[in-house]
Write a protein that binds this ligand. Structure first.
Ligand code: DAH
Length: 350
């Protein structure tokens, strides 16, 4: 019996050394310790052994069993290690110098944003910033957009749960909800509350809406907002600025047109279209680019400006749409996919 056990162990050890994967290991295990296994068969012979030999043999069998288990465990560990190193691939040499990344380029959205700001700075605008997490007052109430306005619907807007706290975003009223801003127009309100007219600001930034992504929609995108507050500001000033801005950005031959529209914060309000047929990939006569109008007196009242004295214009538009027009990009998603083959193609003026 003793001899049989040690032969079996030697055989098992040799056999297990050849085992490569988990299925093979399972099969070997069944051959050894399964109900019909060789070791199980040996153990059954215990019954026919003389009584006085049984304690010594029992000890031997237990030792052999433990040894067999060790062999099986060792093989399983070896298989696991082989699986892991197959997943990890060839070893990395951390002492190698990094691959030279080469000079970087600006993202096309950055290029267009900076160019818009540069053009507007030339005529006296300064860049203003505002938070992407906003409150209902700055995003809607102060902009004469009442609670039942569709833009405030939870279907269109990302609200935070009532308990959310943002210490660096000031609330106007303590019971206001936080949300991700749906437009950059909120910066108009924050800027006006901080100072006195005249005001001439441009504010680029990211905005968020519950939109399903497709070639022309994205749940977050970028806008640029302008606000001018002074005495005797008219629609003519607004039109002149937009004509100047788009011609400077897209080149001579660019035209703008206003279509009457409704926005709570401007009266009259317009949607702005631009025509840039001279650009190589433009195949439409008019491209809708944003909204604008003359600041509604209600907005001035909300920020404590006297609407009898102050007048102003405001406009907001999507940066992606402008960049797509300028560069002939037909799918908004490429801006967010970080494909360097695409991003490297853009430099200013190309
Ligand atoms: N906030 C508007 C939007 O996101 C765009 C807009 C319209 C901005 C009229 C304005 C404005 O400043 O006066 O669609």
């Amino acid at each position: 019996m003793q001899e049989q056990l040690s032969t079996l162990l030697a055989k098992a050890s040799a056999e297990l050394n050849e085992v490569k994967g988990r299925p093979e290991l399972e099969a070997a295990k069944a051959r050894l310790v399964g109900p019909n296994g060789a070791f199980t068969a040996l153990m059954r012979q215990m019954g026919s052994v003389a009584k006085e030999q049984r304690p010594a043999l029992g000890k031997l069998i237990n030792e052999s069993k433990a040894r067999l288990q060790e062999l099986l465990d060792a093989r399983l560990r070896a298989i696991e290690e082989a699986e892991l190193s197959a997943q990890l691939g060839p070893p990395v040499d951390p002492t190698l110098p990094p691959v030279e990344p080469g000079p970087g380029t600006y993202h096309p959205l950055t290029l267009v944003r900076e160019e818009l700001c540069r053009i507007l700075r030339k005529v006296g605008f300064t860049v203003a910033d505002g938070p992407e997490v906003e409150t209902e007052f700055y995003c809607f109430d102060a902009l004469n957009t009442p609670p039942d306005h569709p833009a405030r619907n939870a279907q269109d807007t990302f609200y935070f749960p009532p308990g959310a706290r943002f210490e660096n975003v000031s609330k106007h009223r303590s019971d206001e909800r936080y949300l991700l801003r749906t437009h950059t127009s909120s910066v108009q309100v924050r800027t006006m509350l901080k100072g006195q007219p005249p005001i001439r600001i441009v504010s680029p930034g990211r905005v968020y809406r519950r939109d399903t992504t497709d070639a022309s929609h994205s749940a977050n995108f970028h806008q640029i907002e302008c606000l001018y507050v002074d005495r005797n500001v008219t629609v003519r000033d607004l039109k002149a600025l937009l004509d100047y801005l788009f011609e400077a950005l897209l080149g001579p031959g660019t035209k703008t047109r206003f279509r009457p529209h409704y926005f709570g914060y401007t009266e009259p309000s317009f949607e702005v279209d631009l025509s840039a047929r001279h650009l190589p990939k433009v195949n439409k006569d008019w491209i809708e680019i944003g909204g604008c109008g003359i600041v509604d007196p209600e907005v001035f009242k909300a920020v404590g400006y006297d609407p009898q004295i102050w007048t102003g214009y405001a406009f907001g538009m999507g940066i992606e749409r402008l960049a797509m027009t300028l560069y002939g990009i037909d799918d908004i998603r490429v801006f967010y996919q970080n494909d360097l083959r695409l991003l490297r193609q853009f430099t200013w003026g190309s």
